[in-house]
Design a binder for this molecule. Structure first.
Ligand code: ADP
Ligand code: MG
Length: 328
């Protein structure tokens, strides 16, 4: 079992940022509205994620750490819709096989919290009483301590932390309603406050993608519940401005969307290369395949042409009120 877990770990756990990704997705799946991330030494030393989600029952703690134990797939239907973000049931098992992992949790129904500890080699999980508010804290210490080959591939503290920061930016832009804080070596590096009103979302966009978004971005909002595009497009700036695209709430790097936005801007000011955008496409789930390459963030639209033209229309409409750009 240990070997199987470590092999699986190779796929799931590439570096500290992949651990953070899995754990934060679990917190979101658990309905958390507040997530605190503490990192020490780029995640080599410590990754701690604390959430206020619904927690894990005492008698589910061991199970949560075992392979293919997921509480998230109830039927094939669920699988097809990928209602929740994680669905493989092996992230915790994989992470604990290459680190010293402590899982502390309390559900609302329980009067006290419980803690499970698992450490690489020894998959026997110990359960002890603990103190913790409703929710879950997962501590991952000494990542790759027992897989030296993998440990060797870790980059500098600064680089690994940068990957974590970038990952959390993408997540922060997918869940405006969740408060997220990120600390590195005890110092608060990011603090994303929960934004409940759509008109305030731009504050978080500015925090993540740059102040220029709050000052100069054009807001796009078109379509209906079958196909909708909204978000922010920058008609100014330089080529280094960030570009984020989401399809049904998931971060995607999609050529079709990029192409459609670029085409619109070329019409608007020919030769002008679009500098930045934060764009959300909402489409009927059956019109899209998102699970072709879960790790590559790719998506396939069944009616690509239609989606492309819709995006062109939506962005064109939004920027038509703007003064045409003067090109240098
Ligand atoms: P998956 O997310 O694919 O189900 P994981 O290995 O990531 O598999 O997690 C295993 C199980 O542990 C989850 O199905 C869930 O029941 C539980 N779990 C993990 N993290 C949390 C959390 N932060 N809050 C509540 N439950 C959690
Ligand atoms: Mg998961």
């Amino acid at each position: 079992a240990r070997l199987a877990n470590q092999i699986a770990a190779g796929e799931v756990v590439e570096r500290p940022a992949s651990v953070v990704k899995e754990l934060v997705e679990n917190s979101l799946d658990a309905g958390a509205t507040r997530i605190q991330i503490d990192i020490e030494r780029g995640g080599h030393k410590l990754i701690r994620i604390r959430d206020n989600g619904f927690g894990i029952d005492k008698d589910q703690l061991t199970l949560a750490l075992s392979r293919h134990a997921t509480s998230k797939i109830k039927s094939l239907d669920d699988l097809e819709q990928i209602a929740s973000l994680g669905f493989r049931g092996e992230a915790l098992a994989s992470i604990s096989s290459v680190s010293r992992l402590t899982l502390t949790s309390k559900t609302e129904a329980q009067s006290e919290a419980w803690q499970a500890y698992a450490e690489g080699r020894d998959m026997a999980v110990q359960i002890t009483p603990a103190s913790h508010p409703n929710g879950t804290t997962i501590e991952v210490v000494d990542l790759f301590f027992n897989t030296p080959a993998r440990r060797k591939f870790l980059r500098t503290e600064k680089t690994e932390f940068h990957h974590i920061d970038e990952l959390l930016k993408r997540i922060a832009l997918s869940r405006f309603d969740v408060a997220i804080t990120l600390k590195h070596n005890g110092k608060t590096v990011r603090q994303y406050r929960a934004q409940m009103q759509q008109e305030n979302y731009v504050k978080r966009v500015a925090q993540v993608a740059g102040k220029v978004f709050e000052q100069q971005a054009v807001y796009v909002d078109s379509g209906d519940e079958r196909l909708r595009l909204y978000g922010w497009v920058l008609p100014v700036g330089d080529k280094t401005e960030p570009q984020y695209t989401y399809v049904n709430g998931r971060m995607m790097r999609d050529k079709l969307i990029f192409h459609a936005i670029r085409q619109t801007f070329e019409e608007y000011a020919s030769g002008y290369d679009i500098p930045g955008f934060v764009i959300y496409l909402e489409i009927e789930p059956r019109q899209v395949d998102v699970n072709v390459h879960p790790a590559k963030h790719e998506v396939r639209f069944h009616q690509g042409r239609l989606v492309h033209d819709f995006i062109v229309q939506a962005v064109r409409q939004a920027i038509s009120f703007e003064q045409p750009l003067e090109l240098a």
